[in-house]
Design a protein around this ligand. Structure first.
Ligand code: V47
Length: 352
């Protein structure tokens, strides 16, 4: 049996999965594209959303992060709750259907600050989708508020959170995790938090930060841990491979990934995560051009207009001011795909 057939049969081991990287890009692309086309045809999803990053003051030090206030980025800020609500209201007026709220881990503002942002936005905008708080924040809030994970998640639901973003997963391999983000939520707890969230009937996404000091085997390990949890809960909507951005951070990375390696990783994700509906080529870290190419290598989602982005743009991504809707639609069309505006839970809103 050839490797692809073995993987497709589901009866394969870790080493088999790592060997996928030895296959030619076009073979991987062809297989990934078959899965993509079976699920979505030529449709590519995006949403109209607004990122809100309420504070950049962080008690943790992740070496890859250029967003948090530190020696390299001495501009600490904390938005007031009113400022967060105003951002959400303005975005809503401009058509945003989702706010994606992610913060640093700021012990000074207190547990209620985080929950009150959500409550206040929910009160003003009853039908906007609130995607908020990574599992890393949930872990931080559990320590800060002296509550267990279940209690924090229940508070989030009560405040008005609809779904959880996939951030903070980084790389699950404990040795690499220890080197790049020691002290942050452990891999086991990241997965546990999402499992608890899914048990509450809620959906979430899952990311993988790659292209830094990890190797191919670490990526496969990460993907297979996700596959296993998804088999159990079915609660992940999208997998998002985030390409490491190199500027303004403390991780000294000498070699950067080639486009071929990024596309191989997209395609392998599509093949190994057949049980997750969507693979997102997040244009912010993949670059717009490569995201458009990634549509033929398994990706069926490109994220959204974003309007403002602070985490990845701080590390060099060209995403500070988001993307114009018409431009996004034209780019998807010109690359041979059908742009489909979706809501945050992947219901189709408009086919262009
Ligand atoms: O968790 C931080 C990553 C993430 C860098 O769920 C970096 O729909 C690259 O998770 N280079 C936050 N990446 C963003 C995120 C996300 C984005 C879009 C959609 C969704 C979703 C989730 O950004 C962090 C971290 O893994 N990150 N620094 C960097 N230098």
């Amino acid at each position: 049996m050839n490797l692809i057939d073995k993987i497709k049969s589901g009866d394969f081991n870790f080493e088999d999965a790592v060997k996928l990287y030895d296959l030619d890009l076009f073979i991987l692309g062809k297989e990934a594209n078959k899965i993509r086309e079976k699920k979505f045809g030529k449709k590519t999803y995006f949403n109209i959303n607004r990122h809100i990053n309420p504070t950049n003051i962080c008690k943790d030090i992740c070496k890859f992060c250029a967003f948090s206030a530190n020696r390299k980025n001495p501009n600490p800020y904390t938005l007031s709750i009113k400022e967060c609500v105003d951002i959400a209201k303005n975005a809503y007026k401009k058509g945003a259907k989702e706010v994606h709220i992610v913060s640093a881990h700021n012990p000074e503002v207190g547990y209620d600050y985080y929950m009150n942002i959500v409550k206040a936005i929910r009160k003003e905008l009853p039908d906007i989708h609130i995607k908020a708080f990574t599992a890393a924040e949930v872990n931080f809030l559990s320590e800060l508020g002296g509550k267990n994970y279940e209690e924090v998640l229940d508070d989030m639901i009560e405040a008005g959170v609809d779904s959880m973003p996939g951030g903070g997963a980084e790389i699950f391999d404990e040795e690499i995790r220890n080197k790049i983000c020691k002290g942050k939520v452990s891999s086991k707890n990241w997965l546990k938090i999402h499992e608890l969230w899914h048990k509450r009937g809620k959906k979430s996404n899952v990311t993988m930060l790659f292209g830094h000091i990890e190797n191919r085997a670490h990526r496969i390990d990460h993907i297979l841990r996700i596959r296993k949890l998804q088999e159990k809960t079915g609660g992940f909507n999208a997998f998002i491979p985030l390409v490491y951005q190199r500027e303004n951070n403390y991780l000294q990375v000498k070699n950067f990934l080639t486009g071929v390696e990024i596309l191989k990783t997209m395609a392998i994700s599509r093949i190994l995560l057949e049980n997750i509906p969507n693979i997102k080529a997040y244009w912010v870290t993949t670059t717009l051009n490569l995201s458009l190419v990634a549509q033929s290598y398994g990706a069926n989602d490109i994220d959204g207009t974003i309007q403002r982005e602070s985490i990845n743009s701080a590390a060099g991504a060209a995403s500070r001011n988001g993307l114009d809707l018409n431009e996004l639609v034209s780019l998807i069309k010109d690359s041979g795909y059908i742009p489909v505006e979706r809501d945050s839970l992947y219901n189709e809103i408009k086919i262009y």
